[in-house]
Write a protein that binds this ligand. Structure first.
Ligand SMILES: Nc1ncnc2c1ncn2[C@@H]1O[C@H](COP(=O)(O)OP(=O)(O)OP(=O)(O)O)[C@@H](O)[C@H]1O
Ligand SMILES: [Mg+2]
Length: 511
């Protein structure tokens, strides 16, 4: 496999994938791309192209332009990777990487439609078993037998997509499986847009297959007609930014056919009829006094070490290093994406340096996989994606909640966040919104509901609070509710890590 940015090419199979999805391209266009790849960045002249691609005929140069524009269309926003060298020819202006797998923006690699025709459509392959998710895979698989819609919920990078893929793959490969699995990646659909076109494409439904509406757009009814009689498991990945449309379409599909099951991933519930939620938990992290054996058994540590291992970095020989790794895993809340970014950083600078940077995590955890979607390239981007989906009140309340170092009650949240601009009722409403969008976590202290922020979310909220200039005011308003430890740090003049946070602001997108 050859990777060029988001595009992956199999020269052997003569196939091209964009973000892991097979795209169609004519054989001449493919021939040209192959020439460019083999030239490894050097210019391929027009004469060479004409000679190699049309060996038996004499054709106009125009033909090259037509094929090139087809290729550039595939590269989309990255179309300039095929550079025109004026008067001479063309060359690839991006690194060409060899890879054992398909480059995927949102997951590993796809079953290139060859496993069993019609059975797995675009489902990314899990190359290695997921760490710490065996019980979850079984539980979600079980839930899908009794409920038509199961939604995997959780904050960014917690592992919803990977888990959903593993569940779908298990469903498709079970001995009794007679289900067709269809993977629908929604992340690239514009915010608030309708998902029907993307769903139809993934299901192989084309315009003209049914009663299309007047503009020639595939209608939900066309999709419903096309799935009749098909036993389907549809994996709708990343619904949060198109939540209204996803909810409507899901309900429509499962009401039209008892044979359809939907496994959705989202940072917010769809809130449809017949929906069951599964809150994807973080990977478990070591307790403060855990033995070496216990530390090594924790899923978060196993993931961190596995990623270090892939970088040929080994830090496990000393107890000291192991304790530092345990602290890092705890401070990153056991969130897989954060652990992967941290392992990449540790591979370059070592564990001790990484640990010292934890107060400044948004600046240093930026080295995501080149082929990962933009929202997973940095830790800040993972939070930015959720933050952009908040309304103004939710944003204000989130900033203010950043001052809580530990669990807090609804009363405390209201005391801190209510102000002249925000009534207590509005703060309560915002708390509901933030909790359903996985930015505020909930738990129970005996019979009372308690709230807390993951440490990364809290750091993010604090950055925004300092940026807004209202930190002093918020602190004064809720001093009674804040722990003395926080009070001390604050009144010493500098909140620990604050200089770091100021620097970090530049790595967080403006609200
Ligand atoms: N259980 C796991 N074992 C190993 N790696 C994991 C696990 N869960 C997630 N990962 C890794 O963590 C990263 C984030 O996972 P994933 O894309 O599934 O998160 P997500 O919750 O879907 O995030 P988003 O909300 O941005 O879509 C991926 O690179 C994935 O490979
Ligand atoms: Mg996802």
């Amino acid at each position: 496999m050859i990777k060029i940015g988001r595009v992956t090419v199999s020269l052997e199979m003569r196939e091209i994938y964009l973000d892991g999805q097979l795209v169609h391209v004519g054989s001449r266009a493919f021939d040209i791309l192959e020439l460019l790849i083999n030239a490894r960045g050097k210019t391929v002249t027009k004469d060479e192209i004409l000679r190699e691609v049309w060996p038996k005929s004499v054709v106009e140069e125009n033909n090259i332009h037509v094929q090139l524009s087809a290729l550039r269309k595939i590269f989309g926003a990255d179309k300039d990777v095929i550079r025109t060298i004026s008067g001479r020819g063309y060359r690839l202006a991006a690194p060409v990487e060899e890879s054992a797998t398909l480059g995927m923006a949102d997951a590993g690699a796809i079953h290139a439609g060859r496993t069993e025709p019609g059975k797995l459509s675009g489902l990314p392959v899990c190359h290695a078993p997921l760490i710490g998710r065996d019980a979850a895979i079984a539980e979600i698989g079980g839930a899908l037998t009794g409920t038509p819609i199961v939604t995997l919920l959780g904050p960014g990078g917690i592992g919803k997509t990977q888990l959903a893929i593993a569940v779908a793959a298990a469903a498709a490969t079970a001995a009794t499986a007679d289900v067709e699995v269809c993977f629908v990646a929604l992340a690239s659909v514009e915010r608030g847009q309708c998902i029907v076109g993307t769903l139809a494409e993934a299901l192989g439904v084309r315009r003209g297959d049914g009663a299309d509406d007047a503009d020639g757009v595939v209608t939900p009814e066309t999709v419903v007609a096309a799935i009749a009689g098909r036993k389907l498991l549809i994996l709708l990945d990343n619904c949060e930014h198109v939540i209204e449309s996803a909810a409507t379409v899901c309900e429509l599909l499962v009401q039209a056919s008892a044979e359809v099951r939907i496994l959705a991933t989202s940072r917010e519930p769809l809130r449809t009829r017949d929906e069951k939620f599964y809150w994807v938990p973080p990977l478990d992290t070591p307790d403060l006094d855990a033995s070496s054996q216990r530390i090594l058994a924790c899923a978060s540590v196993r993931l961190f070490l596995a990623r270090l291992d892939a970088l040929n970095a080994d830090f496990t020989s000393e107890r000291d290093s192991l304790d530092m790794i345990a602290t890092i895993c705890r401070r990153l809340d056991g969130v897989p994406l954060a652990l992967e970014l941290a392992a990449a950083r540790a591979g370059v600078f070592g564990i001790r340096k990484l640990l010292s940077e934890m107060d400044d995590r948004f600046r240093c955890l930026t080295g995501g996989r080149r082929t990962a979607p933009a929202r997973q390239q940095t830790l800040a981007a993972a939070l930015d994606w959720s933050y952009r989906l908040l309304d103004e009140t939710e944003r204000l309340v989130l900033h203010r909640l950043g001052v809580f170092p530990a669990r807090f009650s609804l009363d405390a949240a209201c005391a801190i966040a209510t102000c002249e601009r925000l009534s207590r009722n509005e703060v309560t409403e915002a708390m509901v919104g933030l909790a359903s969008k996985c930015l505020v976590m909930t738990t129970f202290d005996s019979t009372v509901k308690a709230y807390f922020l993951l440490e990364t979310t809290r750091e993010y909220a604090l950055c925004k609070l300092y940026e807004s200039g209202e930190a002093d005011e918020v602190h004064a308003r809720g001093a009674d509710y804040l722990e003395p430890a926080y009070e001390q740090r604050y009144t010493r003049g500098v909140v620990a890590g604050a200089p770091g946070r100021e620097r970090a602001l530049s790595s967080i997108a403006p609200g």
